[in-house]
Design a protein around this ligand. Structure first.
Ligand SMILES: [Zn+2]
Length: 141
């Protein structure tokens, strides 16, 4: 389950995922019904996760949220990883898209847009420009 919140300036969220049992855990369950496998865990975590308030997700430190929600559980938090913006767009990918459109259609677009076929990336805002010769070169390959 995923719970996201934003106050217009900051965003926060929590993702709770049940991972498959390890081979060791599976064999413990097979050998002994009472092996300490917690069958209620998912239900309990889901209920707890729903109690987090949007303002807690946007303002509190991750460890504080973990403590407030799951302090009765046995928790191991991974090291925090820094986030950075990255876009996978490229001129080559635009060329591949133009190839899909077909040469005649692509040249029509160049004409319609006054000599330059502009493709802008909706994620990072980068603008890729192709003129008639660029389009011709894509189909000449
Ligand atoms: Zn981009």
């Amino acid at each position: 389950m995923i719970n996201l919140a934003s106050d217009g300036l900051q965003a926060g969220g929590i993702l709770v995922q049940m991972l498959p049992r390890t081979a060791e855990e599976t064999s413990e369950v097979e050998q002994n019904q009472d092996a300490g496998i917690d069958d209620d865990l998912w239900t309990r975590l889901s209920v707890l996760t729903r109690t987090v308030k949007p303002e807690e997700l946007t303002t509190l430190d991750a460890n504080e949220i973990l403590y407030r929600l799951y302090h009765e559980e046995n928790i191991v938090a991974p090291e925090p990883a820094p986030l950075s913006f990255g876009c996978t767009c490229s001129r080559e990918k635009c060329e591949m898209a133009i190839e899909q459109i077909g040469e005649a259609e692509a040249l029509d677009i160049v004409e319609e847009q006054g000599g330059t076929f502009e493709m802008d990336c909706g994620f990072c805002g980068e603008v890729y420009k192709f003129n008639k010769d660029d389009v011709a070169a894509i189909f000449a390959e």
